[in-house]
Design a protein around this ligand. Structure first.
Ligand SMILES: *Cc1c(COP(=O)(O)O)cnc(C)c1O
Length: 376
């Protein structure tokens, strides 16, 4: 490292926002050499023949040109494959994370607020803070269900500009009762609140709000290809009325979806049947993993409509989950330790549903980790 002038740190302190300096950077765990079950990735690649064909397509992509700014070819394919309702458009983001940030930016009038649920997806709160919006956080009930009455009270009291509801929810995995979400959307219409239903896990879920878009003036549906096998290409999409998307699109960097991403997702969607089949395998594995976890004494898995399962280990010792997490890691299995993320997630770990082989590795490692932790 080169020597830094002594004055630089205080210079940085004078320039960078105090709330940003006080933050911890978003930590992504190093998974080198580990069975990676911490980030809800699809464990399957495209079949070799398709990867080779994709290689030719990518080789022909015009890297010397800026990407198509509205990604119209990809847009047409995606609308068809995903059954985006007539009259609705699609806005693309560099991952749905970027769309969450753009949504917050676009509504950030002075004094505006954003409603989210807890425990919930971390990026809702982070993007809210970055855009200098106020947070309105409504806790889930103890069983992770949506407390619609509490959300509606918060809507009436705070009149937030925006409300995020993940359906299914991350990190809990459950899908809220549809009637509760509908009641919230309707109440939000009265309080001038735009509701974004985040369907990152739609490929594994038994329900969606996409077809309901034309029924609600204040609803947008956010999706991503990340959890369906394409986390590396970074593409999210926001579906809804052009009246909303045209405005939100104004804060989007013009070339946010690069040439290679447009080309790769276009190709993958032309072979959507492969992704659909992979998701079906993972849903079956979820059923098997759930039953196996339920059969382990001292483990309580929670119902999931996503490609991961949240589970609690022993209730008495507060550090039990972290000890099991560390013991799993010594056995080369990486899951997510959520035990300090929220009181409702006390003693909880989250595991991504993977291939039959990796799920078996996880189950064996969990059994011996639990044994080690209880014995110590
Ligand atoms: C994983 C996840 C996302 C992020 O998706 P990217 O498209 O990879 O940025 C968005 N929302 C929820 C609820 C998620 O769990």
């Amino acid at each position: 490292m080169s020597a830094q002038p002594k004055a630089l740190p205080s210079f940085v302190d004078r320039v960078i926002r105090a709330d940003v300096r006080a933050m911890h950077a978003y930590v992504v765990a190093d998974a080198t050499g580990l069975v990676k079950l911490d980030a809800m990735e699809n464990p399957f690649q495209l079949p070799d023949a398709l990867r080779e064909e994709l290689g030719h397509r990518l080789a022909a992509a015009p890297l010397n040109r800026y990407p198509a700014p509205r990604a119209d070819a990809l847009r047409a394919t995606l609308r068809r494959v995903m059954h985006v309702p007539d009259g609705c458009d699609v806005l693309f983001g560099n991952g749905s994370d970027e769309l969450i940030a753009l949504l917050c930016m676009a509504v950030a009038r002075d004094g505006a607020s954003v409603l989210s649920l807890a425990p919930g997806f971390a990026m809702f709160a982070l993007s809210t803070q970055f855009a200098r919006l106020d947070q309105v956080v409504v806790p889930l009930r103890d069983d992770f269900s949506l407390d619609a009455a509490a959300v509606i009270d918060a809507l009436l009291a705070q009149r937030p500009a925006l409300a995020f509801i993940a359906y299914p929810n991350n990190p809990t995995g459950n899908r809220f009762a549809r009637a509760d979400v509908e009641a919230v959307i309707q109440a939000a219409c009265e309080t001038d609140t735009l509701v974004v239903v985040d369907e990152a896990y739609h490929a594994f879920a038994s329900d969606s709000f996409l077809a309901a878009l034309p029924k609600h003036d204040n609803l947008l549906v956010l999706r991503t290809v990340s959890k369906s096998g394409l986390a590396g290409v970074r593409l999210g999409y926001l579906c809804g009325s052009p009246s909303w998307l045209n405005e939100i699109g104004k804060v989007r960097p013009p070339y946010n979806i690069n040439v290679l991403t447009q080309c790769a997702v276009q190709f993958a969607l032309e072979h959507a049947d492969v992704l659909v089949a992979q998701a079906a395998v993972l849903r079956d594995e979820r059923t098997r993993l759930m039953a196996a976890l339920q059969a382990i004494a001292g483990v309580t898995p929670f119902p999931s409509d996503a490609n991961f399962i949240l589970f609690r280990v022993a209730h008495d010792d507060r550090t039990a989950a972290t000890q099991v997490f560390e013991a799993l890691k010594r056995r080369r299995v990486l899951v997510k330790d959520l035990s300090r993320s929220h009181p409702l997630c006390a003693n909880a770990l989250r595991v991504t549903v993977s291939t039959p082989e990796e799920n078996d590795v996880f189950l064996a490692a969990l059994a011996s980790s639990l044994h080690e932790v209880t014995a110590s």
